[in-house]
Design a binder for this molecule. Structure first.
Ligand SMILES: Nc1ncnc2c1ncn2[C@@H]1O[C@H](COP(=O)(O)OP(=O)(O)OP(=O)(O)O)[C@@H](O)[C@H]1O
Ligand SMILES: [Mg+2]
Length: 556
């Protein structure tokens, strides 16, 4: 008002004063507009206030000393009408315990892994969606593994990539026609590691079973053979050679070897005749083996493949009885083209993990586990195995790796050794994982016990907890948030009755009130079951505890 008055004072004010007044008015108007009008294309105005290199986790307050005391004081008050505490409102006593503001972190603070826990529909995917959109805006490489197939999340990612001009990769097992192709075995430092990755997908794959050990031996030998012959190692080539006991591969390796050693010997059957019948084929193979053995110059890779190719057929069939259906499942129908891509007329682009992890790339991997859990979980584990192998290579070579934000929704579906490896070693390779889970019991069931589940949890540095109803998960989270001394009022009342020497009855009493301190959970476990949808309590980097809610995200 004063500024307007000064501006409008006409000829008596000097030109300099008028200009100063106009500038001040303009600045004031801009500040007001920035508060009132959301930034174009950025949804909630809170996002606009995030400084470059930072991201907003939500709007809320820091859970400082004294917050728990205020909470316990409210909890001692009248109980909440259970009919009013819906999922959308939650327990009102949790709100307004501190002054709300926009809570942001720097990307440097997101160097560890994050675990997000919450019951179905509590807001986990919505929250990671808001983080992903900010990552895309910042030019980070973002990979998302979505077992269930959340359309809203995919739409947000596609829209974000388009808005900011980032390469967008869409892979979906349920929509092969629109999906890109992905080489699921492109990153392998050694064939032994590749074989381990595949046998981990077998049922009872703890390595102790003779079937698993045999399958590993077969895959390793065939993988080595393919590498030596310069042929691509894909799920399809492995499947073909496992089906034929590695005999075609062994024959071509032997032929090359025998030829290298000098003039090609006279064999019982000619190469041309070998193709004519199964019998001739066997005779041609036996002649090659005999020629190789006569030479007495062994080659480890050929010996390995011969051990497979000469294995008793009946016994071999029994030992690979679980491996063959797995490889068959991953290479049947549309999956063959999607996971074992070959250059050719197929117009769908081919991606591998190295290309996906380039700066700025945005990749959505839909696993469609609702339709086919077996294949979806296997492909998810293969994808995580590729990431773990890339992390190991980056780590070993000491490469200055660009950060990659990996989000694994419904992590219980894909949890396994690859995920644990990635959580352990990923940080050195620039990978930051965010895992979403409904309950810890899901994870324990999938990993085969509470101990491996605790390994996963122990490898995360940030814990974000939405509404959780499972008692074990509630107690675990409350324990992670810590304990503190909260004031408790102690009231003592005594009443005594007696008679004096004349036999008159009398009463006496005392009432005392004192305030002491008691060590309690900072956040009581059962309260975590009353958080409204979209609200969370988080232990962030540096041990900062906050209570916040997800901000609405930018429109597409
Ligand atoms: N902060 C929010 N503002 C508005 N809507 C929200 C918010 N958080 C969540 N929602 C809505 O709540 C619903 C459930 O959220 P979401 O899908 O994120 O739950 P979830 O925890 O991932 O569940 P599930 O475990 O079943 O996948 C969605 O429709 C989502 O749009
Ligand atoms: Mg979800």
């Amino acid at each position: 008002m004063c500024l307007l008055a000064a501006w409008g004072q006409g000829p008596q004010t000097t030109d300099v004063a008028r200009i100063e007044g106009s500038v001040a008015l303009l600045v004031a108007l801009t500040l007001v507009l920035r508060r009132v009008v959301p930034c174009r294309g950025r949804g909630d105005p809170e996002f606009c206030r995030a400084r470059p290199g930072t991201y907003v986790v939500g709007r809320g307050f820091a859970w400082t000393e004294g917050t728990s005391a205020r909470l316990y004081e409210r909890l001692r008050g009248p109980p909440v009408n259970p009919l009013r505490a819906t999922d959308d409102r939650g327990d009102p006593r949790l709100h307004g315990l501190g002054r709300e503001r926009s809570l942001s972190l720097t990307y440097a603070q997101r160097s560890g892994n994050t675990l997000v826990l919450g019951a179905p529909g509590s807001g986990k995917t919505f929250w990671i969606g808001s983080l992903i959109e900010q990552d895309i805006a910042c030019g980070q490489c973002v990979l998302v593994l979505d077992p269930k197939g959340d359309r809203e999340l995919e739409r947000k990612m596609r829209g974000g990539a388009q808005r900011h001009g980032r390469p967008y990769v869409y892979f979906h097992l349920g929509h092969p026609a629109h999906s890109c192709r992905f080489d699921a075995l492109s990153e392998a430092n050694r064939t032994s590691e590749l074989a381990s990755r595949i046998v981990r997908l077998l049922p009872a794959s703890d390595g102790s079973s003779p079937f698993v050990a045999f399958s590993w031996m077969v895959l390793e030998a065939i993988g080595e053979g393919l590498r030596l012959q310069g042929e691509p190692i894909t799920l399809a080539t492995l499947h073909r050679h496992v089906l034929e006991r590695g005999r075609t591969l062994a024959a071509s390796m032997l032929e090359e070897r025998v030829r290298q050693r000098g003039p090609f010997p006279q064999l019982h059957v000619s190469r041309g005749r070998a193709r004519s019948s199964q019998e001739n084929q066997e005779a041609w193979f036996a002649s090659l083996v005999a020629a190789y053995r006569r030479d007495r110059c062994t080659e480890p890779t050929i010996d390995k493949i011969l051990a497979v190719a000469e294995h008793d057929l009946g016994h071999y069939g029994k030992m690979v009885a679980t491996l063959l259906p797995l490889l068959g499942g991953l290479t049947s129908g549309e999956l063959r083209g999607l996971l074992s891509p070959e250059e050719g007329s197929d117009p769908r682009p081919i991606w591998n993990i190295d290309l996906l992890c380039r700066p700025g790339t945005v990749a959505y991997i839909g696993l469609d586990t609702l339709a086919d859990p077996f294949v979806g979980q296997a492909v998810g584990s293969l994808f995580l195995g590729e990431l773990a192998a890339l992390a190991a290579r980056r780590y070993a070579h000491g490469q200055d790796a660009d950060p990659v934000q990996v989000y694994v929704d419904e992590a219980g579906e894909t949890a396994g050794t690859a995920l644990i490896q990635l959580l352990n070693k990923g940080r050195g390779g620039g990978f930051h994982l965010t895992l979403c889970l409904q309950t810890l019991s899901d994870l324990a069931a999938r990993l085969g016990g509470e101990a491996p589940a605790r390994v996963v949890v122990g490898n995360t540095t940030q814990l974000v907890v939405f509404r959780v109803r499972d008692g074990f998960t509630q107690r675990f989270c409350s324990e992670q948030f810590g304990r503190e001394d909260v004031p408790v009022a102690r009231v003592a009342r005594t009443i005594s009755r007696g008679r004096d020497s004349q036999g008159h009855g009398h009463r006496s009493g005392s009432h005392s009130r004192s305030v002491g301190a008691e060590r309690r959970e900072r956040i009581p476990p059962d309260l975590l079951g009353t958080l409204p949808t979209g609200h969370f309590i988080a232990s962030l980097a540096g041990g900062r505890l906050v209570k916040a809610r997800t901000l609405s995200t930018p429109p597409t």
